[in-house]
Design a protein around this ligand. Structure first.
Ligand code: AMP
Ligand code: MG
Length: 356
């Protein structure tokens, strides 16, 4: 038998519990505003913008105009554009400098900065090699060794000259800048800035799998970002990472490639050797605040490989990385242990920082 005081206690407990549940029910029952989303094919990829705050629909026009603007300055895709600032720089190589917009200059400078930090593993003067290989184009083929060695001396980011008026000069004919390893991230960063300046504090920007998060989810919890399994079809995940107000950018062998005699020739090129990088990695994901930096660093860390790549990442504040190998081993930098969750049973997180 319960005593009267026990009865009152139980009554109070049940009442509080019900009110609590009801309260929660009301909160979760409130239809949380579903995000407003638009997608476009731009910058050679599919871009999806999801706004989780109220915003006038016209904001999307501003977003697409800004991305288009960046593409029309920094593309070197001759089928899409007769000329762009970057094409003008490349066509004027060995002749004269070309004055470019602040945006283009900023991306070139970021490329050079990561070039220095990675000791040239990231090299935005990779353009002649990219056009020799034609990876991702209609008729890619393995170039001859002589062709590759003739081009290698042209690939040297430290030769880029920028004068005080913002003119960019490539001192040798045939040199060329390719911003494919950094421009998508730069564009994502610009859109994030635009949204913040319009008072939007919860949004997710997906630039073909490269993610920039504006703030957290509206309820304050972090975004859960899927990391692509590099060996599986698009959309099949290797794991999930939780972030807020950061970017998550992946460089992988699955983005653009062709197969010949069982060898995958992909689009991340070794500036020293002139061939697609073959170091056992299938992807590198970098997590950091600025999406342009994340973009350049993921390409750089891929070229550097695990050991030097980890050292590079560790030298930069608040930056983490996930290295994925073709034998399905996953290496995480220290800050990821609590925020990365492996979801694929085919992969294993390596307990050691380095491969044996
Ligand atoms: P991402 O997907 O960001 O890793 O960038 C790959 C793209 O960057 C390629 O399609 C090339 O346009 C360019 N790229 C390839 N290799 C390099 C490199 N070693 N350094 C800088 N850019 C590169
Ligand atoms: Mg990149």
């Amino acid at each position: 038998m319960r005593t009267p005081s026990q009865f009152i206690q139980s009554f109070l407990f049940i009442t509080c519990f019900c009110v609590g549940v009801l309260g929660l029910g009301l909160i979760s029952g409130c239809p949380s505003p579903s995000p407003v989303t638009e997608s476009r094919l731009m910058l050679g990829t599919s871009i999806t913008i999801s706004l989780h705050d109220k915003a006038p629909r016209s904001i999307f026009e501003e977003i697409w105009t800004l991305v288009q603007d960046i593409e029309s300055r920094m593309s070197i895709n001759a089928t899409a554009y007769d000329t762009t600032e970057l094409m003008q720089i490349n066509r004027s190589s060995g002749q004269q400098g070309v004055k470019v917009s602040d945006d283009t200059l900023e991306v070139i400078k970021e490329g050079i900065r990561i070039g220095h930090l990675s000791d040239g593993a990231f090299d935005i003067t990779i353009a002649p090699l990219v056009s020799l290989w034609q990876i991702g184009q209609d008729a890619p083929a393995i170039p001859g060794e002589e062709e590759i060695s003739a081009i290698l001396p042209l690939i040297e980011y430290s030769k880029i000259q920028i004068d005080s008026e913002g003119q960019v000069f490539l001192p040798h004919e045939g040199m060329g800048i390719d911003l494919g390893g950094v421009a998508k991230g730069y564009a994502a960063g610009k859109i994030a800035e635009l949204l913040k300046s319009r008072g939007i504090s919860h949004a997710l920007l997906d630039f073909g799998g490269d993610i920039a998060a504006v703030g957290s989810k509206p309820n304050g919890s972090p975004w859960r970002i899927g990391i692509q399994d590099p060996a599986a079809n698009r959309g099949i995940l290797l794991g999930i990472i939780e972030i807020a107000d950061q970017s998550v950018v992946t460089s992988g062998v699955y983005e653009r490639y062709f197969f010949l005699d069982g060898i995958r020739y992909h689009h991340i090129l070794d500036p020293d050797q002139g061939y697609p990088v073959r170091n056992g990695l299938t992807s590198v994901t970098v997590i950091t605040k600025d999406p342009a930096t994340a973009d350049a660093l993921s390409t750089a860390a891929f070229v550097l490989g695990l050991e030097k790549g980890t050292t590079l990442i560790a030298s930069i504040n608040d930056t983490e990385a996930i290295f994925v190998y073709e034998d399905k081993q996953v290496f995480l930098t220290d800050g990821l242990q609590d925020i990365f969750e492996l979801t694929s049973e085919e992969y294993a997180i390596s307990p050691s920082a380095y491969r044996e």
